[in-house]
Design a protein around this ligand. Structure first.
Ligand SMILES: Cc1cc2nc3c(=O)[nH]c(=O)nc-3n(C[C@H](O)[C@H](O)[C@H](O)COP(=O)(O)O)c2cc1C
Length: 455
């Protein structure tokens, strides 16, 4: 049997009525309310029918300041995933949760529970919460600094991994006749005492189907990359050009190798927001149509949020921007890597503020393109072949309309090229992503691997 060709991975990022800032106003986006679970269930089912590896729901822990002009994320992701697990059978599902504003015991328990509920289809997007206003909802202190957020995140990971590993796979016997429910010697405390957390353990729930949820990470600063290299099974990242995506890919794979991890076990999934039409002109017309619904003042507020609240209100809309118009990214305590993406764009293209905000309205600094299905498939294959990506975080500008076009027009082209599955093979997200089972800290009982042992 010939070795299988390297396979592409596709995640559907569900956001508002589409990733374009003005998607919610466009007639091609869903008429359902953004608090209606049927909207999310329907999208998850469409993505499953198209054989996507997974769906992803992001989260922020404060109301956005532009709520008067644009919706963002409404339902809480962990509870949402429980509902989506009941509406689907095969697709993986990933939710954001914060290491800065959650307790590791609660989070480990919620994600283990979701993994049981979904039969092994859950992933956790680990974020440290860059939004400055989130801090005000948790104790009223100021923004936790970039460095401190990652330091806390590192210890958080030690604790949750130990909790997920506090039950052996064979701890539950459930022997009704003998009256023996569990093997107490196959469940153990973790006794963690660190700088930020004191957690005795064990987890109050049996080991979850995937051993632990698939771990996803989306911070691309230097600290964020080292964190990803240690912990992430998959990495979401934003790039506006193939060259920077390639540099990121090479760098992160090397960092993973330096951490002693096989580099093919850290999947790199850059964002891609394609506006697809049957001709290039139609795609561009559609893109212009949504662009025309944008309000530049929304963009200005969002830009300010990205730069930790910096005031851009006096910046004229129509003169070319200079890097000096922005604060130094090294001093920004918010989403540092995205500020660099934006500054690189300014250095490269010298756009006016209006043009920059127009670009960011598409998908907030992720790669956007308007084109035909063939052009999109070509781009995907090229990035994949040139080691800029192991797959993509697909961010349709309009939902569900542009998801459907992607599924019916682009995915078949990828399948014909032998790059993407025609049917699911595995049952779990770990299997869809081609990842090994995490090694258990418990030795197999009696020293011999038992049937089904996946340590
Ligand atoms: C595709 C993608 C999704 C993200 N989702 C979230 C999210 O849901 N919540 C959040 O607070 N940050 C989210 N982020 C931001 C990152 O987690 C991270 O905080 C940010 O990139 C700043 O980290 P850095 O300074 O290491 O780059 C996302 C980033 C990317 C690329």
């Amino acid at each position: 049997m010939s070795a299988m060709k390297r396979q592409l991975h596709l995640n559907l990022f569900i956001h508002s009525r589409g990733h374009h800032e003005a998607s919610w106003r466009h007639p091609a986006s869903s008429p359902l309310a953004l608090t209606d679970i049927r909207y999310y269930q329907d999208l998850a089912q469409r993505a499953e029918a198209a054989k996507f590896d997974s769906i992803f729901i992001a989260d922020q822990l404060a109301l956005a300041e532009d709520v008067a002009q644009a919706p963002r994320i409404w339902l809480e992701p962990v509870t949402t995933l429980a509902a989506l697990a009941m509406a689907t059978t095969r697709i993986g599902m990933i939710a954001t949760a914060s290491t800065t504003y959650a307790e590791p015991f609660n989070l480990a328990r919620q994600f283990a529970s979701l993994d049981h509920i979904s039969n092994g289809r859950v992933g956790w997007n680990i974020v440290t919460s860059w939004l400055a206003t989130a801090a005000r909802n948790f104790g009223g202190t100021g923004q936790v600094s970039h460095a401190d957020r990652y330091a806390r995140g590192e210890e958080f990971m030690t604790v949750v991994k130990a909790l997920w590993d506090s039950w052996a796979e064979d701890a539950v016997v459930d022997d009704r006749v003998g009256g023996h429910y569990a093997r107490a010697d196959r469940i153990r405390p973790i006794n963690h005492r660190g700088d930020f957390y004191q957690v005795a353990g064990p987890l109050n729930m049996p080991r979850c189907p995937q051993g632990r949820p698939v771990l996803v990470q989306a911070g691309s600063s230097d600290t964020g990359r080292r964190f990803a290299a240690r912990h992430a099974d998959a990495v979401f990242t934003a790039h506006v050009a193939k060259a920077t995506a390639q540099d990121f890919y090479t760098n992160l794979k090397a960092l993973a190798t330096a951490e002693g991890r096989p580099s093919d076990q850290v999947l790199i999934l850059p964002g891609l927001s394609p506006m697809i039409g049957s001709t290039e002109a139609e795609a561009q017309r559609l893109a212009r149509e949504v662009d025309d619904l944008c309000d530049p003042e929304v963009g200005r507020k969002r830009l300010s949020g990205r730069f930790g609240g910096h005031d851009f209100s006096n910046l004229p809309l129509d003169r070319p921007l200079r890097p000096e118009d922005f604060p130094d990214p090294g001093l920004v305590e918010a989403a540092r890597s995205r500020t660099e993406v934006i500054l690189n764009l300014v250095r490269r293209d010298r756009p006016t503020l209006r043009q920059l905000l127009g670009y960011l309205a598409g998908a907030r600094g992720h790669f956007t393109i308007a084109g035909t299905p063939e052009q999109i498939a070509e781009l995907i294959e090229e990035w994949f072949a040139d080691h800029a990506a192991d797959g993509f975080n697909i961010m349709p500008p309009l939902l569900p309309a542009q998801l459907d076009v992607f599924s019916t027009e682009v995915i078949p082209l990828l399948q014909r090229r032998g790059l993407f599955r025609a049917e699911y093979v595995g049952e779990t997200l770990r299997e869809h992503y081609g990842l090994p089972w995490p090694r258990s800290a418990f030795a197999p009982r009696g020293g011999l691997p038992r049937a089904g042992w996946r340590g």
